[in-house]
Design a protein around this ligand. Structure first.
Ligand SMILES: [Zn+2]
Ligand SMILES: [Zn+2]
Length: 149
């Protein structure tokens, strides 16, 4: 078990939840993956730990972990989405369009923009969801086009 997996499991316990086999399997798969994984992929990996874990259980697990902000949905090709581990605090994901490798970056500079939207719409804005896509340095190198300085 790596440190990252342990940290997320500790967070789960700190929220008062038990570490079930399905929860451990999902967290292990996501902390061990450099790209977001779909529910089906998570299910396949969980079944390697215990073939009795059903797809519905994985859906519920993903829902719970998302609700607790331990993982985040990340948009993938063809209107499907995957999940990636989320660090505590204000972070967003940047996903490579080619290999789907995802990295997190800290915060964003949306403060003034959100204030303006709130003023214009009368809404009290309570959250936002931002995701960037691009081509990672590795895929750029594989293309033969050097990364931009
Ligand atoms: Zn890439
Ligand atoms: Zn943000």
């Amino acid at each position: 078990m790596d440190d990252h997996e342990q940290t997320v499991l500790d967070d789960l316990r700190a929220h008062g939840y038990k570490v079930t086999q399905a929860r451990r399997a999902v967290i292990r798969a996501l902390t061990g993956s450099v790209r977001p994984l779909s529910v089906n992929e998570l299910h396949a990996q969980a079944q390697r730990m215990n073939p009795a874990i059903g797809l519905v259980t994985i859906y519920r697990t993903v829902e719970l972990l998302t609700h607790l902000d331990l993982i985040r949905p990340v948009h993938l090709m063809d209107n499907c989405h995957g999940y990636a581990v989320a660090s505590p605090g204000h972070t967003h994901h940047l996903v490579c369009k080619k290999c789907h490798r995802a990295v997190e970056f800290d915060g964003c500079d949306l403060g003034l923009f959100l204030e303006q939207v709130a003023r214009e719409t009368g809404y009290r804005i309570t959250g936002h969801w931002l995701e960037l896509e691009g081509i990672c340095a590795r895929c750029q190198a594989a293309d033969g086009s050097a990364p931009q300085p």
